[in-house]
Design a protein around this ligand. Structure first.
Ligand code: C2E
Ligand code: MG
Ligand code: MG
Length: 704
């Protein structure tokens, strides 16, 4: 039954029940000017019927009535719905305590005795009605509030710091999925329901609030009793006593899971591509702008790569969009697997991807990444048992090299991408012409190098090393040469770094080592038994775990005495992982192999660093030798290296001696060995054989 009638009714409705016509009439008169509506009943039964039919805002009941007494009628009304607060005034002519008690027991709100004091009764009725109205409003508000709290999933709690008693509202139970009758616990019992990963956050917030007596607002996860994970927003405040000591904490908690999920969904739609789940143009633009700011602040490089699939339209037309979509998803995944985790792969259009590569240390690395990306795209993709092949065209712009504002990045990358497409697709193109030319060369070298190893286009040359004092040849350095039909003679300075990058240095280096060791063993058999063979090892080879075993194997198979093998490593070999580097060197030394540090003086070398390495010799870099003047000027670095190395018990070899005075200076400074064009350029085996024969025949050394 609707009991908010009083709000819809214009005037309050009063039911007067009395078997005495006079009393009813007088009451009506008394209330005449108060603006009430009145209905009348002559006995108890009629009173109950009228009450049920009209739900008046107040009832005035005579105690003594025929049929049903006022007490019974009162009880009857009270038992009906929503009548708990209905004001019922009982009129009694029996001025005794018993009937007053009986009236209250029956549920009356108030009573008055006959004869009625007419002035007073008016005020009493007005008062009762006003109280009833307020009561009704309060009830409605409470109901609304409770409703609102429920809708907002808002609960509140109160924590007594002294007793550690935590009380909470029923909404908290709903949020945590607890039983309704439970409304009390401790801080620890609450913390037990917080997601384990967020407990630190909550404890920290509470501790800080208690210390500073400032409020806090945090979002954290909870685990409901049924195991469900929800996200809460909590706001809490500290209540202090008169002395400012915290005594209680009160707070409210709101379940914001749906809101967060909705936000996530919106975010996904706004920032990500629906098909692939990759960032879309909007997010890519934001990241690009961010990269631009960082690059300016920290003087870094970054690249924007635009990647367009070459024949997707053909596949869409012949096999349907379903196949095309599948392919796009697969390609998106592959691109992401190929780049580093900090790079952004985005989907800009129907078949266009973009990649943001940040924090580039060496712009050359982009080259390698682009080759990898091309290969990743062109791998076979199997859809419903059928194999598909697709290729991509890529355009790259580099910042700051291309000197563009972030608004132009995509445009530049796009024009470069079209250039790649015009060249036939399945390739990449840099926006910057110079970089592009270099990249194309690198690409050509890279591709040709694969063939070179297979087709034995490589050859090992040897350059003699002499003892500075006697001028006799004591060793050879193996230096690789590559002659390609199309490219001609390619310099090691170009193809060695390329092979380093694409991994070919491993098979190539093994081949050089084996060839050099075989050759040295042959020279030993031919009578040059002291001749030492120096082979260069690249950092990537040095990182191979089985390097010592492999070398031991080669020595076994070629029959070369380990003491006649020297490995030239650069400082960078042992820089990245110093401890691991030392371990490998120790194992090589245990085999009896000699180790020298190549290009010494150009790297990170420091005395303390060298001191810890188990090595035998240092090779002064050519740069410090060729600059030595006729009177020894500019020889200070060479001199310092010699002194320093000798103090560590290391032997010193100088490379790049081109002039007799270079050799003379080095001899005076006590340098042990030398190598350079003055003695001989690196030459093929045939020429070395002649040179060796010559040095054997003439008792005088090759250079004196
Ligand atoms: P490197 O090990 O320092 O080799 C010495 C380089 O200096 C050689 O260059 C050699 O031809 C050159 N050279 C020797 N004497 C003189 C001289 O008097 N004047 C001048 N101007 N140059 C001289 P190359 O053969 O071009 O090799 C360049 C670099 O390539 C080598 O430097 C080495 O680091 C690397 N390399 C060559 N072959 C191999 C190899 O088989 N494996 C590895 N890992 N690296 C190799
Ligand atoms: Mg060398
Ligand atoms: Mg060198």
């Amino acid at each position: 039954m609707d009991h908010t009638d009083h709000t819809t009714r214009e005037k309050p409705l009063i039911l007067i029940a009395d078997d005495d016509d006079a009393t009813r009439m007088l009451l009506k008169q008394a209330l005449d000017n108060e603006g009430y509506m009145i209905i009348e009943a002559e006995d108890g039964i009629e009173a109950v019927n009228l009450y049920t039919a009209h739900k008046p805002d107040m009832v005035i009941l005579d105690v003594m009535m025929p049929g049903m007494s006022g007490f019974d009628a009162c009880r009857n009304m009270r038992e009906s719905d929503n009548s708990a607060h209905l004001p019922i005034l009982m009129l009694t002519s029996l001025d005794d305590i018993n009937s007053i008690d009986a009236a209250f027991e029956a549920g009356a709100t108030d009573f008055t005795t006959k004869p009625i004091n007419w002035r007073l009764i008016r005020q009493r009725i007005n008062y009762a009605l006003r109280a009833y109205k307020n009561d009704q409003e309060l009830q409605t508000n409470q109901l609304r509030l409770s409703h609102a709290l429920e809708v907002a999933s808002l609960g509140h709690w109160d924590w007594d710091l002294k007793t550690n008693e935590l009380r909470w509202s029923e909404h908290i139970n709903a949020i945590f999925g607890l039983k309704p009758e439970l409304n009390q616990g401790s801080f620890e019992s609450f913390l037990g329901r917080v997601h384990p990963e967020d407990r630190g956050l909550v404890t920290h917030a509470v501790e800080r609030a208690l210390k500073s007596t400032e409020s806090y607002s945090i979002d954290h996860r909870i685990i409901r009793l049924d195991g469900q994970e929800r996200i809460l927003h909590e706001h809490a405040e500290v209540i202090q006593d008169k002395l400012g000591r915290p005594v209680r904490m009160i707070g409210m908690a709101q379940d914001i899971t749906e809101r967060i999920r909705a936000e996530e969904t919106i975010r996904r739609h706004v920032y990500y591509n629906d098909l692939t789940g990759l960032p879309n143009r909007r997010l890519f633009n934001e990241r690009m702008q961010h990269a631009h700011e960082i690059a300016n602040r920290e003087e870094q490089h970054f690249a924007v790569i635009l990647l367009d699939l070459d024949r997707l339209k053909v596949i869409n037309d012949t096999h349907g969009y379903g196949t095309g979509d599948f392919l796009l998803k697969a390609i998106g995944n592959r691109l992401q697997e190929t780049v580093r985790s900090q790079d952004t792969v985005a989907m800009l259009g129907s078949d266009e991807f973009a990649i943001l590569v940040e924090g580039i240390e060496n712009p050359e690395n982009i080259n390698t990444m682009c080759i990898d990306l091309l290969q990743a795209v062109s791998r076979e993709c199997v859809i419903n048992g059928q194999g598909f092949y697709i290729t991509a065209s890529m355009g790259i712009t580099l910042y700051p090299d291309d000197n563009t504002s972030h608004k132009n990045f995509l445009q530049h990358a796009e024009s470069a991408m079209y250039a790649a497409k015009e060249n036939g697709g399945n390739q990449f193109c840099f926006y910057n012409k110079d970089i592009n030319t270099r990249a194309q060369q690198r690409l050509q070298v890279d591709m040709a190098l694969h063939e070179a190893v297979k087709h034995r286009e490589l050859e090992v040359y040897y350059q003699p090393q002499i003892d500075v004092d006697s001028g006799r040849i004591i060793g050879m350095e193996a230096l690789t040469r590559w002659n390609n039909q199309k490219l001609g003679a390619v310099s090691p300075a170009e193809f060695i770094p390329a092979a380093e990058n694409n991994g070919l240095i491993i098979p190539m280096g093994e081949w050089v080592l084996r060839t050099a060791c075989e050759q040295a063993a042959k020279w030993h058999r031919d009578g040059y038994s002291d001749l030492r063979m120096s082979v260069n090892l690249s950092p990537r080879q040095f990182q191979c775990k089985n390097l010592p075993e492999y070398i031991e194997n080669v020595l076994d198979e070629t029959g070369l005495d380990p003491r006649r093998l020297e490995l030239e490593i650069t400082e960078s070999c042992t820089i990245s992982d110093h401890e691991a580097g030392i371990k490998i060197l120790e194992r090589l030394k245990a085999l009896g192999i000699r180790v020298s540090i190549d290009d010494f003086g150009t790297g990170y070398s420091s005395l303390s660093y060298l001191h810890k390495l188990p090595i035998d010799a240092v090779k002064i870099d050519r740069a410090f030798v060729t600059c030595i003047g006729e009177n020894g000027e500019n020889g200070v670095i060479a001199r310092t290296i010699i002194t320093m190395a000798h103090s560590l018990g290391l032997s010193v070899i100088a490379e790049g001696i081109e002039e007799p005075h270079h050799l003379e200076f080095l001899r005076q400074e006590g340098c042990n060995e030398a190598q350079g064009f003055l003695v001989s350029r690196p030459v093929n085996v045939g020429e070395i054989d002649q040179l060796l024969e010559l040095s054997l025949k003439t008792p005088v050394a090759v250079v004196r």
